[in-house]
Design a protein around this ligand. Structure first.
Ligand code: G3P
Length: 225
């Protein structure tokens, strides 16, 4: 399994129009260029339908946005860990606020991904949920207060205690799991504050995907770590 260097900036493309079709590759290429130019760790999570095109053309670590705990075989419309791996991805987000799982499904997905050799970033909406998820042993946990997702106020300003308490709660269960945070993060200053609060990186979307100058935004994001 590929190792992910921290601090890490994880860019979730979601299914924004700005990254539909070939545009996903352009944004991912900008992420790769900034990572190469600055030596910082950046991960891209393109829309699932663009996974193989991005992974085949670039070296930046590619993650899926969601994986189902399903095996190869007669399953229709599911995203299998083996399929994601074959598409060239090295990991996946799980349980994002916009793609919630029941806890037993999340546990099964984490186990299926581990077995396949995919890195897992499991999302949690609160420190309490993060503590439960920590017992499933994902590789990373990302804490995001849902009400701040897609907005203009960073979690680091609006709910800093969610990050520090989240880190504490996760590490009380599994000290080895790095904790990321997200929601409203847009600048290098936001990233710096996240790290001061104990995060090992950030998970963000609109700040990059909707930026008028993706490369400049990414350079700013990595500028203080
Ligand atoms: O997955 C990242 C996310 O939910 C945060 O979104 O747009 O607030 O950076 P955004």
């Amino acid at each position: 399994m590929t190792e992910l260097k921290t601090p890490v900036i994880v860019v979730n493309f979601k299914t924004y129009g700005e990254v539909e079709g070939a545009k996903a590759l352009e944004v991912a290429r900008a992420c790769q260029e900034v990572s190469e130019e600055t030596g910082r760790s950046i991960v891209v999570c393109p829309p699932t339908v663009e996974l193989s095109s991005v992974a085949a053309n670039l070296k930046v670590p590619v993650f899926c946005q969601h994986v189902d705990a399903k095996n190869r075989g007669a399953n229709t419309g599911w995203v299998t860990p083996q399929g994601v791996l074959s598409a060239g991805a090295v990991g996946t987000l799980l349980n994002h606020s916009e793609h919630r799982l029941m806890m037993y499904d999340l546990k099964a997905s984490i186990e299926a991904c581990k077995e396949a050799g995919l890195i897992t970033i499991a999302c949690a909406d609160s420190p309490e949920t993060a503590a439960i998820i920590a017992s499933f042993k994902p590789d990373f946990i990302a804490i995001e207060p849902p009400e701040l997702i897609g907005g203009n106020v960073s979690v680091t300003d609006a709910r800093p205690e969610v990050i520090s308490k989240g880190v504490e709660a996760v590490h009380a269960v599994s000290p080895e799991i790095p904790v990321l945070c997200g929601a409203g993060i847009k600048t290098g200053m936001d990233v710096k504050k996240a790290m001061e609060l104990g995060a090992a990186g950030v998970l963000l979307a609109s700040g990059v995907v909707k930026s008028k100058d993706v490369k400049a935004t990414l350079k700013d994001l990595v500028s203080r770590i």
